[in-house]
Write a protein that binds this ligand. Structure first.
Ligand code: OGA
Ligand code: NI
Length: 209
């Protein structure tokens, strides 16, 4: 089957990721996939639940730390996202083939930060579960503008940080255990497709976010 992205693009993204531990890719989603996810998102908005922090026994809801609502995706149930799953397969394949990460699964959810929502500085790993290797966030925000807030703040190894605007179709990928990050308060509803490529597959993601 045809690839979603060109191999030379993937290779340059992988180079950046190896060098910096993160990479930002604009237009990661084409118009068709974008439309599919956005439509799906709006159709399921009622089913989103308050996101917590920590996995398993650690799971707690802390609105002061994290203000988003999430909807965990399931490949079988959410088959209409077929083309998106295919892109995720391709991503997993590329990481394994060119970064030797030994990824064998993934977990994805849709995330909705209502106005004022934010997420304090954190790593995408849990105390009792450390199989998240790569974090991926794909933004779904139409007409995002300066002043809308909701930037992703990425902290570099030297302690400095920079902001990434959550503009439509942009994808940010980073090493889950290596890159501390935060979401600044959003001044309007903020939408994303967020997921993790896993070292070992896990059913937990479906229940603990
Ligand atoms: C997360 C997270 C970043 C973003 O869900 O763990 O850090 O930009 N999301 O939405
Ligand atoms: Ni995170």
């Amino acid at each position: 089957m045809e690839n979603c992205h060109k191999l030379e693009d993937w290779l340059s993204w992988m180079d950046t990721l190896s060098l910096h531990d993160y990479v930002i890719v604009d237009n990661f989603l084409d118009a068709q996939r974008l439309q599919t996810v956005q439509t799906f998102f709006q159709a399921h908005l009622e089913a989103f639940t308050k996101a917590g922090i920590g996995a398993l026994g650690d799971h707690v809801i802390r609105r002061d730390i994290r203000g988003d609502y999430t909807y965990w995706l399931d490949r079988k149930r959410d088959a209409e996202l077929d083309e998106v799953w295919r892109l995720i397969d391709e991503t997993l394949y590329i990481y394994n083939r060119y970064c030797f990460l030994g990824l064998s699964g993934y977990e994805f959810h849709l995330a909705h930060y209502p106005q004022g929502g934010h997420y304090d500085k954190h790593l995408d790993q849990f105390n009792n579960r450390n199989n998240r290797m790569i974090s991926m966030v794909v933004y779904l925000n139409k007409h995002w503008q300066k002043g809308d807030g909701g930037e992703l703040e990425i902290f570099r190894k030297d302690g400095t940080s920079f902001l990434v605007e959550p503009i439509e179709a942009r994808c940010v990928m980073f090493k889950s255990a290596a890159v501390p990050h935060a979401v600044l308060a959003s001044n309007k509803p903020r939408y994303s497709l967020t997921g993790w490529l896993l070292h070992q597959p896990s059913a937990l993601g479906q229940f603990f976010g």
